[in-house]
Design a protein around this ligand. Sequence first.
Ligand SMILES: [Zn+2]
Length: 222
Amino acid sequence: MRSRDRGRGGRGKRESSESLEQWVPRTRLGKMIQEGRITSIEEVFMAGLQIREPQIVDSLIPDLQEEVININLVQKQTDAGEKSRFKAIVAVGNRDGYIGLGSAKASQVRNAIEKAAGDARLHIVPVRRGCGSWECGCGKPHSVPFQVEGKTGGVRVIIVPGPRGLGLVASEVSRVILNLAGVKDCWTRSFGSTRTVPSFAYAVFEALRNSYALITPTDWVQ
Ligand SMILES: [Zn+2]
């Protein structure tokens, strides 16, 4: 029996590992993974395959961790009157080069978190790391290789490479996401309505995703 580390941010892990045991893949990629024809997440990205089942990510990244980034109460007018729902934003990552961000709505907080965690898995991306800091030059992947930028809903975030030992010079939301991605040292700058947590979180995610934006798929595996 494989034991699972259930540390901080392991919320929802129990559900996902249970569903992994009962998982009946319904996509071609899912079936290929269960048949053992694809055994790593790198292969999925190199082949340019789309992830349509959250369990794909759980099978290929067993040490995936989750963090709830934000929960909002949203009101919606319906024919029956006003309806309240919760919107959750959840980040997932392996602290080693993979990050996903997802959101979902549900009438119960717990369900919103669970759905958002699934959505985050479907949106997982590789993060290109490196030592882009001229002050450091160690060549190890502790930061980003160059300055990256992300923009979402009126928020712009810039991640600037930093020297080893600097830590994450960033707000709490950015720190959580950068940690999950496995970026250890960097500066961040943000502009616009940065107090809007959902847009801010997505801008950070977008910036990390852009670390691979100009790279061809063959560069994906370092
Ligand atoms: Zn360095």
